[in-house]
Write a protein that binds this ligand. Structure first.
Ligand SMILES: Cc1cc2nc3c(=O)[nH]c(=O)nc-3n(C[C@H](O)[C@H](O)[C@H](O)COP(=O)(O)OP(=O)(O)OC[C@H]3O[C@@H](n4cnc5c(N)ncnc54)[C@H](O)[C@@H]3O)c2cc1C
Length: 441
């Protein structure tokens, strides 16, 4: 058997590629190892609660991408407003921490803001440019000064990445780390206000069905979608794959959204040094605990950052705070995210810690309030941008491309990408195959 285009992986990237090829009436075959496509954008339903693989909120940078999605999903996506905060020194302050110090103890506000101003003045008169900083730790100090770095940027990022910040580059940050201007930091020191900073101040999310309505809409009516069958081996020289079902398939082009290290591991015929270099690729995993609670909405926050060590999790939130329909009437939902490297942690211990801390914070009154619990493990969730990542990824992608393999998506490109970028890369891969002008430009 031979496929003109074989698509491996049916997350947003793979499905978007299939959708565009289908639109152009071009043949393809998509193989997805899970029974349900959607990848990270699947949703779990339990006792009337709707849980995503941690908060998954849709936002767009590109108007054509937004149009592409809305044509498929229709009016089911509603605009929501983020209410993100930081919990530190016993109080909640508005997100982002570097812009909103009002509400913190006076000593912290002084140290944070004066340190920030000193760093800003130093940049102004020395001509120093933080974007040239060799590592994330140095960048934080140059961009924000010592107070904001020590109280938030360092502890939060150490907890999330589980990797030395002095070995992280700054290439992942882009729009994900807001850099407020001097006036905004000054205003935020005096006035407590909900901030619209950052790329996700508003986002789209449905009333029903969770984020999975997005991959489901893209997959709707697509032929050539094989579920529950995965790629097992890839022979680059012969342009053939072996599937987990035992079937061998030839292809003219392969669009893969498998994690890049996994694609390398199942490929034969790669130059040894290149194959070995993939061992340099690192990621941090997430263990996500979702709780369904009886009673009123406990907090008004969509998500909360926890920089302090006393909390084992780096982030917790409540999707029902901004989308009440994810919980049955008279109920609410909260989620907690722990990051880890290496072996999967003990969910029971993490669950005990989460409940204890949520009680301490007043989010939960007692254990009897918890009527539903769903634990979701996200191995390799966040790609670690260390000094080897860029070069290794570029060499691998280039080699695969020359052999007719386009590696796309958050893990195919081995990057810190959004749902929008995964879909865009899938669409672009299809347009490459179609020989049409790259969409959406
Ligand atoms: C904690 C977290 C929170 C996030 N929150 C947001 C958010 O709020 N907003 C946002 O825009 N983005 C968010 N993202 C990013 C978003 O989830 C991803 O960008 C997007 O879902 C990636 O889609 P993908 O198709 O590239 O990869 P995936 O979803 O990983 O899809 C890859 C697919 O390949 C399949 N596969 C793997 N191996 C094989 C094999 N051997 N054979 C066949 N199939 C295989 C998998 O089962 C999977 O379905 C978040 C990500 C994380 C980790």
């Amino acid at each position: 058997m031979k496929a003109e285009t074989l698509i491996a992986g049916g997350g947003l990237a793979g499905l978007s590629c299939a959708r565009e090829l289908h639109r152009a009436s071009r043949p393809y075959l998509l193989v997805e190892k899970e029974k349900e496509p959607g990848g990270l954008c699947r949703t779990v339903f339990d006792k009337g609660f709707t849980y995503d693989y941690t908060g998954h909120f849709l936002h767009f940078q590109n108007d054509r991408m937004k149009k592409w999605v809305l044509q498929l999903v229709g009016n089911r996506l509603k605009t929501r407003r983020r209410h993100a905060v930081i919990y530190s020194q016993g109080t909640y302050t508005e997100y982002p921490y570097q812009e909103n110090n009002a509400g913190l103890p006076s000593g912290a506000v002084r140290e944070n803001v004066l340190g920030y101003l000193e760093a800003a003045l130093h940049r102004r008169f020395s001509g120093m440019d933080p974007s040239r900083a060799a590592d994330f730790k140095t960048w934080c100090l140059q961009a924000f000064g010592p107070g904001l770095s020590r109280r938030f940027m360092f502890p939060y990022n150490e907890k999330l990445w589980k990797f030395p910040l002095s070995k992280l580059t700054t290439h992942w940050m882009g729009r994900f780390v807001p850099s407020p201007r001097v006036l905004e930091v000054l205003r935020g020191a005096f006035t407590r206000q909900s901030s619209a900073s950052g790329y996700n101040a508003t986002f789209l999310y449905p009333d029903q069905g969770g984020i999975s309505i997005l991959p489901r809409a893209i997959a709707q009516g697509l032929p050539g979608l094989w579920r529950g069958v995965g790629l097992k081996k890839l022979d680059l020289a012969r342009r053939k794959v072996l599937l987990t079902s035992g079937l061998e398939i030839g292809f003219d082009r392969l669009v893969s959204s498998l994690p890049l290290p996994q694609l390398v591991a199942l490929t034969s015929g790669l130059p040894t040094a290149l194959a070995r270099s993939a061992r340099n690729l690192k990621a941090t995993s997430i263990y996500n605990i979702n709780l369904g609670l009886k009673g009123r909405q406990p907090v008004p926050y969509s998500w909360v950052y926890f920089p302090e060590k006393e909390f084992g999790f780096h982030r917790a939130g409540s999707v029902s705070a901004c989308v009440p329909s994810v919980a049955p009437r008279g109920h609410a939902s909260v989620y907690v995210e722990f990051s880890y490297r290496g072996t999967r942690p003990d969910g029971r211990a993490l669950g005990r810690h989460a409940v204890q801390k949520l009680k301490q914070l007043g989010w939960i009154k007692g254990e009897s309030q918890v009527v539903s619990r769903v634990d979701l493990n996200l191995p390799g969730a966040y790609v670690v941008y260390d000094s080897q990542r860029d070069e290794t990824v570029a060499a691998l992608l280039d080699h695969f491309r020359k052999k007719g393999v386009d590696s796309v998506g958050r893990y195919g490109r081995w990057e810190y990408g959004s749902m929008e970028s995964a879909m865009k890369q899938g669409i672009e891969a299809a347009h490459q195959i179609l020989g049409s002008k790259s969409f959406p430009g």
